[in-house]
Design a protein around this ligand. Structure first.
Ligand code: ADP
Ligand code: MG
Length: 740
């Protein structure tokens, strides 16, 4: 007997090869199949007489096959299958490429149902590569739905009528295969227990089994919308519940009171090469006020890319250190962690502050004095501490260099400021004197990771837990009210002002015929000494880090387009050593053009880079493009952002055009949602919120309801012990919201 927990290979027809393909998209059990939601639907709800077909419109046709045959095209060596299909009103040609088996599945006289876009065909009508299935074939899962609620709109078609689900695919899987598999097991959705307690759900939302069934196979838009609503609700409900639980925990904790060292802080700020903006001052002030309290700070610092959050963090760190305590800052990528390490090294130069770096490739370290703040490496595996005044003897002379390798534990115990990546929480590390924990680009971390970092520093006192002050920073554009609704446990500071003198980045969608001109422009800029980013999207989803596409682009640019310029390549699979080399080459100006995956999206700060070129821009969310764009326009030079796309669809172009005129990240995120329309299950690619796959940041009403529901649950039983399913789900969910 199959159940949701059965392995996928228990399904007949799923052999080893298929199981491997499914595993690539994270499907190992039947349950995973049920939870593999479509991201949109093809709308074939119009079944049209052939005579009424209009060119360019999606439609379903049901007719009889008059003729069908497969042949090889002489020149292109492709298989071509052609069928002439007739209904009462007319006839139409259907053409498929390289699927010779279709001709074996059908014969003249069969009734066939096809769906696709009609095109002109020598004066007649045709459909190229339409979806197809035998008409009248009985497909049990559709029947299941029909059994449940026999209403208009139900029909035994799977691939060609109604709203047909479209899934993210990878490798050799195809839509039809995946859809059929899900169709075969959809009846098991019935047995998925609903973990949202009835107290929270009320009568307003579908049950989980119903939502699962309808998200895959809705009879109409209304079905799809209610299923989506229920699934979005449960995501928001979990966020809210988690957030309220965290708040409760914090209310039970104590923290170090950190005195505000006013004089030293002023000196530090005056020593900067720029003046702080008013918004930066205000945010820093709010943070410093929090640090003085006995209750741990829990604050979210938001500000658009380039608004200068790092320096605000530095002010808080400085005060923690002056209080004789440690501060830690965790960043989502190694590149960013290293950049922070260097930045803090420079900011705190001349002060007696030890800064350590912990990343997974630097488990060991080199205890080495940097005379001019230059961290030194001692081989592939080394962590670093810089600014270590202990390396100087009393007379100011330099002690004999003695490189010692140490592990991360040593770094943690011997640095006052610790910069690192996930390595900080993956290791069996504990901080002993930590008073301030900061997470940069917090949206790139899962809830569980944020929690772990805090727990690493949490000690049990006699009565209360001892927790560090906690600051998380993000450039996710989000208005205050929404931030509060989503992260109820956090106070919010917003930097809503850019440093003076920032120029707008001139942004253009570049049509293909102007590509050469754009390259010429880039060459000119490079010759003037400027630098360029080229971002490539991830094309094959099984190639999670986008290595394949970025390599191809690199080869092209390096050999064909810019043989005269130094081109660099950056992606997540490079060895840390190689990554460093590339980043160093780029920041020193040696590399002129950096071809990269989206790893540069977060945080990277290279003021001399003035051109951002984005390939396949339609594959990114507008807010994400805005983040990329934030990598340029940081210096005094005029900066440019060029968007390329293969898509000629008007809708896509209109969406991208929005980035040309709008420079507010939040407005862009909202526009993205509106322009893509409600037909999609997944809203904008909400990179910013790993917790939210279906719910949108702009679902104010739903957010409010989820919040009320979570409050109700917390009122009834904050330990959740009366809802074991919910308790388990909270645990599972925390695990699953880990990024990467
Ligand atoms: P983000 O908020 O995106 O993390 P950063 O902290 O990286 O931004 O700052 C972006 C750049 O702006 C850095 O080069 C930083 O030195 C600079 N910067 C920060 N604050 C100011 C300011 N008040 N005036 C001028 N430049 C500033
Ligand atoms: Mg930053």
């Amino acid at each position: 007997m199959l159940d949701a927990g059965s392995g996928i290979s228990n399904l007949s027809g799923v052999g080893e090869a298929a199981a491997r393909e499914l595993k690539k998209i994270g499907v190992e059990k039947i349950r995973d199949l049920l939870f593999y939601f479509p991201f949109r639907y093809d709308d074939f709800s119009r079944t049209v007489p052939i005579a009424d077909l209009k060119i360019g419109e999606n439609a379903n046709i049901i007719g009889q096959i008059e003729l069908i045959n497969a042949r090889r095209s002489p020149r292109r060596r492709a298989h071509i299958t052609e069928a002439l299909i007739r209904d009462k009103t007319g006839s139409l040609r259907a053409v498929w490429f390289n699927q010779p088996f279709i001709a074996r599945q059908f014969s003249a006289g069969d009734t066939i149902s096809i769906a696709g876009k009609a095109s002109e065909d020598y004066g007649g009508m045709a459909m190229l590569s339409p979806f197809y299935e035998k008409a009248g074939a009985v497909i049990h899962s559709r029947d299941k739905i029909a059994e449940k609620k026999p209403s208009e709109g139900t029909h035994p078609y799977f691939h060609t009528r109604g709203l047909v689900p479209v899934y993210h695919l990878s490798g050799k899987l195809n839509q039809k295969r995946l859809r059929s598999l899900i169709g075969r097991v959809i009846y098991l959705a019935e047995k998925i227990p609903d973990w949202v307690p009835p107290e929270a759900r009320g009568k307003k939302y579908l049950s989980l089994p119903e939502a699962i069934r309808l998200i895959h196979f809705p009879r109409n838009q209304k079905d799809a919308a209610s299923a989506k609503k229920r699934l979005a609700f449960q995501e928001l409900f979990l966020v809210q519940l988690r957030s309220q639980m965290a708040r409760r925990e914090m209310d039970l904790s104590l923290s170090h009171r950190l005195k505000f060292y006013e004089k030293e802080t002023r000196e530090f700020v005056f020593g900067l090469p720029f003046r702080l903006t008013d918004a930066q001052k205000k945010a820093a002030w709010e943070i410093l006020r929090d640090l003085e309290k006995e209750r741990p700070m829990a604050r979210l610092l938001t500000g658009d890319v380039g608004s200068g959050k790092t320096i605000v963090a530095a002010i808080a760190i400085l005060n923690a250190v002056l209080n004789g305590k440690q501060a830690v800052i965790m960043a989502p990528t190694e590149i960013l962690a290293k950049q922070h390490f260097e930045t803090f090294g420079k900011l705190f130069s001349g002060m007696d502050i030890k800064i350590g770096l912990v990343t997974s490739s630097e488990k060991k370290m080199n205890y080495e004095s940097p005379a001019r703040n230059e961290p030194r490496e001692c081989g592939v595996h080394c962590g670093r501490i810089i600014n270590n005044a202990a390396d100087f003897d009393k007379t100011g002379g330099r002690k004999k260099k003695k490189p010692i390798t140490h592990d991360s534990l040593f770094i943690i115990h011997n640095s006052q400021v610790i910069v690192g990546t996930h390595a900080l929480i993956q290791e069996n590390l504990h901080f002993n004197n930590l008073a301030l924990a900061i997470i940069d680009e917090q949206h790139r971390f899962g809830v569980e990771q944020r929690k772990t970092l805090i727990e690493k520093a949490t000690a049990m006192g006699i009565e209360k837990k001892f927790a560090p002050h906690f600051l998380s920073m993000t450039a996710t554009p989000i208005p205050r009210s929404l931030a509060l609704a989503l992260y109820g446990e956090l106070d919010v500071s917003i930097i809503n002002e850019m440093p003076k003198g920032r120029k707008k980045v001139l942004t253009r969608v570049i049509p293909e015929e102007k590509r050469e001109a754009a390259y010429e422009f880039i060459r000119k800029k490079a010759k003037e000494g400027r630098q360029v980013f080229v971002i490539c999207p991830l094309i094959d989803p099984s190639d999670k880090l986008g290595v394949k596409s970025v390599k191809e682009e690199f080869e092209k640019l390096n050999q064909l387009v810019f043989p005269d310029l130094k081109v660099g390549l950056l992606h997540g699979r490079l060895k840390p050593r190689e990554k460093d080399k590339v980043m160093e080459g780029f920041s020193s100006g040696k590399i002129k053009v950096l071809v990269s995956t989206s790893v540069v999206e977060v945080g990277i700060d290279i003021p001399n880079a003035t051109v951002m070129m984005i390939e396949g821009a339609d594959r990114f969310g507008l807010a994400q493009i805005h983040q990329f764009r934030g990598r340029v326009g940081r210096g005094r030079e005029e900066s440019f952002c060029f968007l390329f796309t293969d898509s000629a669809a008007e809708k896509t172009l209109a969406r991208l055009k929005a980035v040309e005129t709008e420079s507010d990240g939040f407005k862009l995120a909202r526009m993205d949602l509106e322009l893509r329309g409600p037909g999609e299950v997944y809203g904008i690619a909400q990179k910013g919120f790993p917790e939210l796959k279906i719910a949108s940041l702009f679902d104010y009403e739903l957010t409010r309801e989820a919040k009320a529901a979570a409050e109700k649950i917390m009122r009834i039983d904050p330990s959740l012990s009366r809802w074991p399913l919910l308790k388990r789900e909270i645990g599972e969910w925390e695990k699953s919201t880990h990024m990467e």
